[in-house]
Design a protein around this ligand. Structure first.
Ligand code: NAD
Ligand code: ZN
Length: 247
């Protein structure tokens, strides 16, 4: 059985690291970009969520972000997030690298979380630098479009996420690749593995000799490099995996 094999790898690992993508939050009701039910079917996220679109017309960005933010702020961790937190608490995972910006890993109790694409829980004013919680900006969106900065009145309030066309946070990228270079197991969950440089993380781990476990609803381009591939829902597979490792 593949889950048993994955549990065996994790049980004997000493520096196992997880990499998660949008799929791990799908069962919390947050749509993925790609895959079944993904947002790509509705619109082109590269266009809507690009820094150029944002700077040219913040309101057009916020009109889409308003609805996504409402869903993300109301979302709760699902059994997949909780199993990953349990694996860390049990010493089976040393860290979790995520492409997600929803904050659900932290909510579920994961401690060492490296956010490669920033956090959607905060908003920064590009004019004066003031940072405020996304929840406060969210409340204003129905009466103010685009939202204005409470300090300087500017209209360039941007969630602290990495938009397409923006550089990734250097410290997070460095930490992620360092973890990958030292990993003996890399557990990839809910990622289509087509967004770079995040998709480079498992490749670096593999090159350094790590074993790779992939848990994803659909096949990924890296399945052929994996030692264990489990096609299934993370909210079902991960609790089973955690239970088998004694996590
Ligand atoms: P993606 O949307 O490209 O791919 C998601 C993958 O998850 C797909 O391959 C899909 O088959 C799989 N999946 C769907 N439901 C699943 C489930 N229940 N269990 C396991 N797998 C499931 O996601 P990505 O690779 O993370 O890249 C998309 C980019 O979009 C990232 O850069 C991320 O920052 C951003 N994003 C974040 C969120 C979030 O924070 N929750 C949501 C959407 C997109
Ligand atoms: Zn300001």
């Amino acid at each position: 059985m593949t889950v048993e094999r994955a549990a065996e790898l994790l049980s004997t690992a000493r520096r196992a690291v997880a990499l998660t993508g949008a799929g791990v939050s799908a069962e919390s009701g947050i749509p993925t970009f790609r895959g079944e039910g993904g947002l790509w079917a509705k619109y082109d996220p590269v266009k809507v969520s690009s820094i150029d679109t944002f700077l040219a017309d913040p309101a057009s960005y916020w009109r889409v972000s308003r609805d996504r933010g409402r869903v993300a702020l109301a979302a709760k961790p699902n059994p997949g997030h909780l199993a990953l937190a349990e694996l860390e608490a049990a010493g089976r995972l040393v860290a979790l690298i995520t492409q997600n910006t929803d904050g659900l890993h932290q909510d579920s109790g994961s401690k060492r979380v490296i956010e490669l694409h920033g956090s959607g829980r905060k908003v920064v004013c590009l004019d004066c630098g003031r940072v405020e919680p996304r929840s406060e900006v969210q409340e204003r969106l129905d009466v103010e479009m685009p939202p204005r900065c409470r300090q300087c009145g500017g209209t360039r309030l941007k969630p602290t996420v990495v938009l397409f066309g923006e550089p990734m946070p250097a410290a997070a990228v460095q930490e992620a690749f360092e973890l990958a270079r030292n990993a003996d197991v890399i557990l990839v969950v809910g990622s289509s593995l087509v967004v770079y440089p995040a998709a480079e993380v498992p490749l670096v781990a593999l090159r350094a000799g790590a074993r790779m476990i992939v848990v994803n609803a659909e096949p990924t381009p890296f399945d052929r490099f994996a030692h264990v591939v489990i096609h299934g829902r993370s909210g079902e597979v991960l609790p089973h995996l955690a239970a088998l490792t004694g996590g």
